[in-house]
Design a protein around this ligand. Structure first.
Ligand SMILES: NC(=O)c1ccc[n+]([C@@H]2O[C@H](COP(=O)([O-])OP(=O)(O)OC[C@H]3O[C@@H](n4cnc5c(N)ncnc54)[C@H](OP(=O)(O)O)[C@@H]3O)[C@@H](O)[C@H]2O)c1
Length: 244
């Protein structure tokens, strides 16, 4: 299996890379913002079967050139997992009130959480559209579901994940016209012990916080069970569909 994992430097992306190796991946194409200086680069065994690339979703030229480099290196792609996601970033914190909305922070989250994944997949389009079974997943979040929003707050994170869900759904419809064996979905990983959830751990009910490897294993199994009929959907770690 030839597998692309965006965001493999840490967190869930790194857990997916470990899982892919255990699952017998032939070749891994891994990305991070600084691929030669990340936890994943230090942790994964050096191997001719692992190739690292730099991608920062705030840089659309780099997204395109990295996509070209992956296309040049990969004979085909069986699975793509896009994991980039930002909830807080330095001064940027999730907004609890409308008064906390700042245009720059809203745009920052939109670029990374919504635009980045679809632009990255655009860069891989020539391989994705070839008629063959390919599975594409982008990590979303249950809080991106509009129908599930009972609590409010986290405006920009929620809105950017809702936009991501819409981009992926739209992409799945276009891709099906060329490759009816393709599956494109968005996934909710649960609440997972990573940098993203660190400031909110105390609010998580006992037994609800997952390790990254546990969540990645569950999501991998969900992806294995999907059929092309599921393409365009939004699924949780337990395989249950989530309403948009
Ligand atoms: N953890 C949870 O509880 C939880 C719950 C629901 C959904 N999710 C979603 O799961 C996904 C993975 O998050 P995580 O929990 O693994 O968090 P994490 O450990 O904080 O990882 C964040 C990932 O996003 C990447 N990223 C950040 N800024 C980026 C940028 N400008 N361009 C490209 N990549 C960028 C990081 O890459 P670098 O290493 O290069 O910075 C890293 O791979 C996210 O989409 C998140 O929204 C997580």
């Amino acid at each position: 299996m030839h597998i692309v994992i965006q965001g493999a430097g840490r967190g869930l992306g790194l857990a997916f890379a470990h899982h892919a190796l255990r699952a017998g991946a032939t070749k891994l194409y891994l990305t991070a913002r600084n691929s030669q200086d990340c936890k994943g680069f230090r942790q994964l065994p050096p191997s001719a079967n692992i190739q690292w690339f730099n991608v920062d979703f705030l840089n659309s030229d780099q997204i395109a050139s990295t996509g070209e480099a992956i296309l040049a290196a990969a004979p085909h792609i069986d699975r793509v997992i896009v994991t980039a996601g930002v909830l807080h970033d330095g001064e940027i914190q999730p907004e609890k009130r409308v008064g906390a909305l700042e245009a720059e922070a809203m745009l920052h989250l939109y670029q990374i959480n919504a635009m980045g994944p679809v632009l990255f997949l655009k860069s891989l389009w020539p391989l994705l559209r070839r008629a063959h079974p390919v599975t594409v997943a982008s990590l979303s979040a249950r809080v991106g579901s509009i129908s599930d929003n009972q609590l409010g707050g986290w405006y920009s994170y929620r809105a950017s994940k809702a936009a991501l869900n819409q981009y992926m759904r739209t992409l799945s419809i276009e891709l099906a016209r060329y490759n009816d064996q393709a599956k494109i979905v968005t996934l909710h990983p649960g609440t997972v012990e990573t940098d993203l959830s660190k400031p909110y751990r105390s609010q998580v009910a006992d037994g609800q916080l997952k390790r990254a490897d546990e969540s990645a294993d569950q999501l991998w199994a969900v992806l294995n069970r999907l059929s092309a009929r599921d393409s365009g959907g939004f699924f949780a770690y337990d395989g249950k569909p989530i309403d948009f």
